[in-house]
Design a protein. Structure first.
Length: 132
């Protein structure tokens, strides 16, 4: 995750392509992350998503803004949803993105099902559903 610039959360496993016959989709992201190391402060983490390579909502501050508050070792659960309207019929690619608050440095970890015995077993979910 970089500062001030969005990057794809996972360009391989969190890309969703949907073929629609209508013009409206519901986009949902769900995942758990924590500040792994190196942070002198606990910056905000911003999330958004792209449709066909273009950010569709949220601008530079994203659709969701989260922080772990006072404790870097506390995992943070995030869920966001948005409706994208006026899409043309056909295939559309959606991808979640994130970036750190300007001035931040350190490492972030998005849990991805590494251990079924604790919270690190949380699997990120990215869904796109046609709704109209």
């Amino acid at each position: 995750v970089s500062q001030s610039r969005y990057a794809y959360v996972d360009g391989t496993n969190l890309t969703y392509t949907v073929n629609i016959s209508g013009s409206k989709v519901l986009v949902m992201f769900q995942g758990m992350f924590y500040y792994a190391n190196g942070f002198s402060n606990l910056p905000y983490l911003y999330f958004t998503f792209t449709c066909n390579g273009t950010v569709t909502t949220g601008g530079s501050v994203g659709i969701a803004k989260v922080s772990s508050g006072q404790n870097a070792q506390v995992p943070v659960w995030l869920t966001f949803m948005d409706v994208v309207e006026n899409l043309p019929t056909g295939s559309h690619e959606f991808r979640p993105q994130w970036h750190l608050q300007s001035g931040a440095s350190g490492s972030l970890l998005l849990y991805a099902g590494a251990n079924s015995d604790d919270m690190t077993g949380s699997i990120p979910r990215f869904l796109v559903l046609e709704i109209a």
